[in-house]
Design a binder for this molecule. Structure first.
Ligand code: F6R
Length: 245
């Protein structure tokens, strides 16, 4: 695992955006695994800027997103489909038909099976973007005694519901279940880049980068099983996580 410590969150976003742009330039028909949440938003802005300047061409790129809330339609401002459209897809030259965000409405088991199929359709992701939950979750694979390999429906923990309540008018509106890629789906990607920022992530990041231990109680630690993972954090978070370098 490579740990990259930057001077600032903005620099972290620039670093990750460059990874994506370099890949798309090198392999114009690449497959990208994408994430939602607050953390990647400034990184997506940098991709939009690069595309506007003609520095990168997304016209042949395919994408698959990690997860989606259950029970809210894709027109809901907090659905992850809506998030991806408004924070990225609407502003770059990607063909939306080549983007996939799982369905949150309807038959949950069928939606999970459809996501599982998309993870490998046309090959696995060349680069998978991840954020990390305060409890170490990646995608919506929540910390607990067990984890699930394949795409599935996950019961969100109190910690995650509380963290995500900031995006909703009230905590009661936060969905309590989500459809998510499983651990094997994430580990199948050719390369993984995880970006994190802020003191709330310090414990989870410490578990991820401090040593070689793996625990289902911090799902991100399973990334230690992957041969090509880059963790991008700023100095402040590195310090809070006790990173010695
Ligand atoms: C989002 C996702 C989640 C988030 C995580 C951190 O698609 O899979 O694992 O990456 O909850 O969210 P933020 O960035 O809002 O702190």
């Amino acid at each position: 695992m490579q740990v990259v410590v930057t001077k600032s969150y903005d620099e972290s976003c620039a670093y990750v955006a460059k990874m994506f742009c370099d890949l798309v330039r090198e392999k114009p028909d690449c497959k990208l695994g994408l994430a939602t949440g607050g953390t990647p938003v400034p990184m997506y802005k940098k991709l939009i800027e690069a595309c506007a300047k003609g520095e990168v061409d997304f016209s042949r790129v395919h994408t698959v997103n990690l997860d989606e809330y259950c029970g809210i339609p894709e027109t809901h401002p907090q659905s992850y489909r809506y998030f991806m459209n408004t924070n990225l897809f609407d502003h770059i030259n990607i063909d939306k038909a080549n983007t996939y965000v799982a369905q949150g409405m309807g038959d949950a088991a069928a939606n999970a099976a459809a996501l599982e199929a998309k993870v490998r359709e046309g090959g696995v992701a060349d680069l998978q973007l991840l954020g990390i939950g305060n409890n170490g979750h990646i995608a919506f694979n929540e910390a607990g005694d067990t984890l699930t390999a394949e795409a599935h429906i996950e019961q969100l923990t109190e910690s995650t519901i509380n963290a995500n309540a900031r995006f909703f008018d009230s905590r009661d509106e936060v969905p309590t279940t989500a459809i998510t890629m499983g651990m094997a789906d994430i580990l199948a990607a050719k390369k993984v880049v995880l970006i994190a920022n802020g003191p709330a992530k310090a414990d989870a990041i410490r578990g991820l980068i401090a040593d070689g231990s793996i625990t289902t109680h911090n799902p991100s630690t399973l990334l230690k099983l992957h041969p090509d993972v880059v963790v991008v954090i700023d100095e402040e978070l590195a310090k809070a996580a006790g990173w010695q370098g």
